[in-house]
Design a protein around this ligand. Structure first.
Ligand code: SF4
Length: 455
């Protein structure tokens, strides 16, 4: 399928081939799904929101709710104020959410629609709310849109009152519902009082019941978002994604934040737990320590299959940085690490990790790049395993590389969103899948003499 990809690399400045990112509104929509009784609203054409909903629905295998301003030629020329005013009224009348979270699209950004003024001029029903953020898709990626929507909620809703609530606010970078469930499990085990924002668990992984609910039980409540201003501190998970909402809360309510790496891998999970202890005074219970010990045991058991093996990792910056940290802990060499999201800090952060493990001469990191580049890289210098979203499957097939699906999106498998990536438990699953992929490849390609039931 990708047999025509040439080995020779040429400099490209105005062309992306097989992009490694999607558009900002997708991230804004996903952040809004993490708020209870919230309807995500795309201010643009129906085609945009159809795509945003489809890609989320295909990953989570759940019907993702979102509406649109349904721009036609008139709105595209004269602006979308009337569409937004009518649209939000219809949404409150028909679906009755507590809050509508509006994000822009390429079209409304090019027109220059002033959403703040539009929302100020609207008649919003008593007890209901409308918030917004700007998500121009001609820059950034879905990661930026996710952060912008978080900041949008905070700037509209969060308040500082005279009564501190004693809670720790936790802002995760884009996370699977399974990751959020594990994070809450850890904090519950430690006896921490917290507000997790946003929280898509119980929304995009809601159980099958005998009736359809437009708004499932999960999500951070509006009161909890209001109360973020009274929290003792913010713990941001993901140095790439969460500075924007952390800064928004600091600016509005003066709540200080600590931002740590996204907790994939041993060191990053240790960092999370130590930071939770430092900020709350709560101890890490034995149940979590036990998981850490199991993970170390697993890494030791299988290390002959992964130690010094090379890999290529691609996807969203915080996720990729976490997986890179984990594979280095496994003794692997992350030869190529790539994200489609723009930002010069990414290669620097990767470089710091490479240097920490003494593999800087063997590894390269790329930001704002695409899967065509990745394919050319592995075509010239093959790797033992490829780790990333399902969009790597063509490369894996063309180059006959064992492939581990990880990150967002994974559209061609089921159930992945039920298993965590973060924490010691998530790392165990990664180790199992990476070593399993390498061993499967050996089984499929070794000679009859070497083929055995014991490996
Ligand atoms: S037009 Fe812009 S906002 Fe709409 S789907 Fe395409 S990139 Fe996303």
């Amino acid at each position: 399928m990708l047999d025509a990809t040439p080995k020779e690399r040429v400099t490209r400045e105005a062309l992306r081939i097989n992009s490694c990112k999607t558009c900002q509104p997708v991230g804004a929509l996903y952040a809004a799904l993490g708020v209870h009784n919230c309807m995500p609203y795309s201010h643009g054409s129906q085609g945009c929101v159809a795509y945003h909903r489809t890609v989320l629905t295909r990953h989570y295998k759940e019907p993702v709710m979102a509406v649109s301003s349904s721009f036609s030629e008139g709105a595209s020329v004269f602006g979308g104020k009337s569409n937004l005013t009518t649209g939000t009224k219809n949404v409150f009348d028909i679906y009755n959410p507590d809050i509508i979270a509006v994000h822009t699209t390429c079209l409304s950004e090019v027109i220059g629609d002033d959403l703040k003024a539009f929302i100020r001029d609207m008649e919003i029903p008593e007890g209901k709310l409308v918030v917004h953020c700007h998500t121009p898709s001609f820059k950034g990626s879905h990661v930026n849109g996710y952060a912008a929507m978080m900041a949008g909620f905070i700037s509209y809703l969060s308040e500082k009152t005279e009564k501190p609530n004693g809670k720790l606010a936790v802002f995760p970078a884009w996370s699977e519902p399974s990751d959020l469930r594990l994070l809450k499990h850890y904090m519950d085990l430690m006896g921490i009082s917290y507000t997790l924002f946003p929280d898509q668990s119980g929304v995009v992984d809601a159980p099958m019941t005998d009736h359809f609910e437009s708004f499932p039980k999960g999500g951070t409540t509006i009161d909890e978002i209001r109360g973020l201003g009274d929290c003792t501190h913010v713990l941001g998970l993901g140095e790439w994604t969460v500075p924007e909402p952390c800064n928004a809360l600091s600016k509005k309510c003066g709540v200080k934040s600590d931002i740590i790496p996204y907790p994939i891998g041993i060191a990053n999970t240790d960092h999370l737990l130590m930071k939770l202890t430092e900020l709350t005074g709560k101890e890490v219970p034995y149940a979590i320590e036990e998981e850490r010990g199991q993970l170390i045991d697993l890494i030791l058991d299988q290390h002959i299959w992964t130690s010094q093996k090379t890999c290529a990792i691609f996807g969203d910056p915080d996720f990729v940085l976490g997986v890179t940290s984990l594979v280095l802990e496994m003794g692997m060499i992350p030869k190529f690490v790539l994200t489609g999201t723009p930002g010069h800090a990414f290669p620097k952060m990767c470089q710091a990790l490479f240097e920490q493990y003494g593999v800087e001469d063997q590894c390269q990191a790329f930001e704002f790049d695409d899967l065509f580049t990745l394919h050319q890289l592995v075509k010239n210098e093959p790797v033992d395993v490829l780790i990333g979203t399902n969009y790597g499957k063509q490369i894996a097939r063309a180059e006959k590389i064992p492939f581990v699906r990880a990150g967002w999106p994974v559209l061609d498998r089921y159930g992945h969103y039920l298993w965590p990536n973060i924490g010691y438990r998530g790392a165990m699953r990664f180790v199992e899948r990476i070593s399993g992929a390498i061993m499967d490849h050996v089984d499929q390609t070794c000679s009859d003499e070497d083929f055995d039931v014991v490996m």
